[in-house]
Design a protein around this ligand. Structure first.
Ligand code: SF4
Length: 407
């Protein structure tokens, strides 16, 4: 069976290291000032160079998104930055439009070009067109069905393709939407969507502001524009059979905890599928694991239904059973203790879980010390603490805690 590439979002070096630890084949990240994401999800050239070193040392490819819809004023900066991407060893640049493509061809012709999903490539002739322009890989529009994806892979076998298998969906076609810019001046088209389609809205008559017309989907609330999140982990055999090259996870703005859980879970499922082939069986535990990160309920999106708008979700407020407790900064094998970068409050008596690539191990907090060696009863986000632990834990491992009782 062909081994697909599991492609993980890495908005910064911490997330890149998390993706590597938990089994990414490739990571993608924004380039400061030239990607369709804001500062929290893009790296400067220095961080990218460090990211390339660490990714390549672990056999992981790294792609840089320069997929802004460039304006004339962006071009000079692009002409400076793009050759640097090639110099530091980026494996491919992701573009959205012909201007950036032309700059790459002129200034860094050896840099492979991937076409962003923002280019809305939906058919075989469009794929051939981009191939003839020098594009090596197309990130297909997530509005396509899996059958259409397979038809494209068969018809244009010399073009690599990526298909989104997990992450947030959008009520607008591939994120081309002004709702966020309209509501609070954060433009989705500049990578800064505040997701107002997920908000709760009421309808008022102007002279009766205290008498809203309630549009009720159920007894709790109504979210008229919000979509469930995409999750195709149950359909990996069908996706691999379609011939796509890369299985892409959405979420450059998401947390390291999200990166850890999604990477680890899809890695396990893909490894099982490749190893077991016809004997492969889907495990419910993988879905259970994916409910432990923030989500709005899961859908298969457009994968099996043409022009199907993903459903609004009656349980639409974010569902999340666990939250990150911290990230392991170091393991001291002599003193037998973990140094933890605390992400959420931890107190004595808490029962946490350490996410390892292959297993999840419980840990009960019976004692902890601050960085001055003082015993403490609780620790807060942003602090570094020591926790006694007998066995070696890899740097970068995520530690989490349950925030709701198991159902
Ligand atoms: S506001 Fe909603 S529909 Fe518009 S771009 Fe953002 S996520 Fe998509």
């Amino acid at each position: 069976m062909r081994k697909p590439e599991l492609l993980i979002p890495a908005g910064n070096l911490e997330k890149l290291r998390t993706a590597i630890l938990y089994g990414a084949d490739a990571v993608y990240t924004g380039v400061e000032g030239l990607s369709l994401r804001t500062g929290s999800a893009e790296m400067n050239i220095e961080d990218l160079a460090q990211g390339v070193k660490e990714a390549h040392a672990n056999g992981v490819r790294i792609y840089a998104a320069v997929n802004t819809f460039a304006r004339n004023t962006d071009l000079d900066q692009a002409k400076i930055i793009i050759p640097l991407l090639s110099t530091i060893g980026i494996d491919a640049a992701i573009v959205s439009e012909p201007g950036m493509l032309k700059i790459i061809k002129n200034s860094a012709p050896q840099l492979p070009i991937h076409l962003s999903t923002q280019a809305n490539t939906t058919n075989i002739e469009a794929v051939r067109f981009w191939r003839d322009q020098g594009v090596r890989r197309i990130i297909l529009a997530r509005e396509l069905t899996l059958k259409e994806v397979g038809d494209i892979a068969k018809a244009v076998p010399d073009m690599e393709s990526e298909f989104f298998i997990h992450g947030a969906m959008c009520m607008a076609y591939s994120g081309r939407c002004y709702l966020s810019a309209f509501r609070n001046r954060r433009s989705a088209n500049e990578g800064d969507c505040s997701q107002p389609c997920r908000w709760e809205y009421f309808l008022y008559e102007s002279t009766r502001p205290n008498d809203p017309l309630i549009l009720e989907e159920d007894e709790r609330y109504s979210y008229l524009l919000s979509s469930k999140d995409l999750c195709l982990i149950e359909y990996l055999p069908e996706i691999l059979a379609s011939g796509v090259t890369g299985l892409k996870i959405e979420g450059r703005m998401k947390s390291a905890y999200y990166v850890a859980v999604v990477t680890r879970t899809y890695r396990q499922a893909l490894n099982a599928l490749i190893r077991q082939q016809e004997k492969y069986q889907f495990q419910e535990a993988w879905i259970d694991e994916l409910t432990k990160i923030s989500n709005r309920g899961y859908t298969t999106g457009f994968a099996f239904a043409e022009e199907k708008i993903t459903e609004t979700n009656p349980d639409i407020k974010y569902i999340q059973t666990h939250e990150p407790a911290g990230i392991v900064l170091n393991y001291d094998g002599i003193q037998k203790r973990i140094t933890l970068d605390v992400k959420n409050r931890i107190k004595i008596g808490d029962r946490l879980e350490i996410l390892l690539p292959e297993e999840i191990v419980p840990i009960e907090i019976n004692s902890m010390t601050d960085c001055n060696g003082n015993n403490i009863s609780e620790a807060h986000s942003g602090s570094e603490i020591y926790i006694p632990y007998e066995y070696e834990i890899p740097i970068g491992a995520l530690v989490r805690q349950q925030i709701t009782p198991p159902s």
